[in-house]
Design a protein around this ligand. Structure first.
Ligand code: CP
Length: 332
């Protein structure tokens, strides 16, 4: 199978064409089926390959999806943190990546601090092995592709004209990054979905570059992108209700206290059964997790038949395995 993807970085969804992402989805389907049937056809796909996983912040799903994924394909993952390397002592991205490139075959990085994406771009400039964005300040592409895969599964690949709602929630205990919402609004219009971004007011809109990309993608692919300041109105007729919190853009990396106060000034943005009843009766509820139960979503919704949160989490692993197989391994 010749895909031309070997060695390709995955820093942002926009770096990959729709055709390349469809190839990734096809490979993920095959790998998921292999797991379901326990056929072990791909156990040596990444034999003797090493993945470095550099985490500036904690993780449950991303770390374990990468680590289990590479193990299942015959390779292994090295867990790294700035403290456990010389990064905290000031080693430059160039020196770090030049060395790791000579030892392993891929490197994932999570760095959601302001400048996280720029750090990954510096690594990519010097890297001879593919770099995977395991979430930065701007994008969370390994989550959004798992979400796309999950939506395709749930709606049997019929995405055109589906109403996809990404709603802000009143999760105010700390400032969450914008990256998840930015990845969703830019990716979903490319696959025919009509995206509604629900926010209480302009303060919670996303970065202008992400909003502009979402608008352009909607125009190019014949879908829609709109902003709505009413969570009820946004949920009406939805096929997908995806809800999570993020900090106001003016306070990102700047003033945590102001940001939290601004979040707490907009209580009640939570997905409950009443709001789900405004959506289509075939609608699904999504969240990338970790979810703040009782604040972002009620237990009743999170544990309902409409909730696909655990499928999403599982699909992180299948799509990440496909990503690694295509870019590090012996598929291409
Ligand atoms: N959704 C997600 O990225 O989860 P983790 O923070 O647990 O990796």
């Amino acid at each position: 199978m010749q895909t031309g993807l070997k060695g390709k970085h995955f820093l942002c969804e926009q770096d990959w064409t729709n055709e390349e992402l469809e190839t990734l989805m096809d490979v993920a389907s095959a790998l998921k089926m292999d797991n379901l049937l326990d056929t072990h056809k791909y156990d040596e796909l990444l034999k003797n390959k090493s993945l470095f996983m550099l985490f500036f912040e904690e993780s449950t799903r991303t770390r374990n999806a990468f680590e289990c994924g590479i193990t299942q394909l015959g390779g292994h993952g090295n867990y790294l943190t700035p403290k456990a390397t010389q990064i905290d002592h000031g080693e430059t991205p160039q020196d770090t990546i030049e060395v790791l490139s000579r030892m392993g075959h891929g490197i994932g990085v999570r760095n959601t601090l302001v400048g996280g994406h720029a750090y990954m771009q510096k690594l990519a400039k010097y890297s001879k092995i593919p770099i995977y964005n395991m979430q930065c300040d701007l994008w969370h592409p390994t989550q959004s592709i798992a979400d796309l895969f999950t939506i395709k599964e749930k709606f049997h690949n019929e995405l055109k004209g589906r109403k996809f709602v990404i709603s802000w929630t009143s999760a105010g205990n700390y400032m969450r990054p914008l990256s998840m919402a930015q990845s969703l609004i830019t990716l979903m219009p490319r696959f025919g979905m009509d995206v509604t971004l629900a926010v209480p007011n302009k303060d919670f809109e996303l970065m202008p570059e992400a909003m502009e990309t979402a608008r352009k993608n909607a125009e190019f692919y014949g879908s829609k992108f709109e902003v709505c300041n009413d969570m009820d109105a946004a949920c009406e007729g939805a096929d997908v209700v995806y809800a999570k919190g993020w900090g106001p853009i003016m306070a990102v990396g700047d003033d945590e206290k102001t940001g939290v106060e601004m979040i707490n000034a907009n209580p009640g943005w939570c997905v409950d059964s009443r709001r789900m009843s405004l959506a289509k009766n075939t609608a699904i509820y999504m969240h990338c997790m970790p979810a703040d139960r009782g604040i972002e979503v009620t237990d009743e919704v999170a544990d309902s038949a409409q909730s696909v949160i655990y499928d999403e989490a599982e699909n992180r692993m299948h799509t990440i395995k496909a990503l690694m197989a295509l870019t590090m391994g012996n598929v291409a």
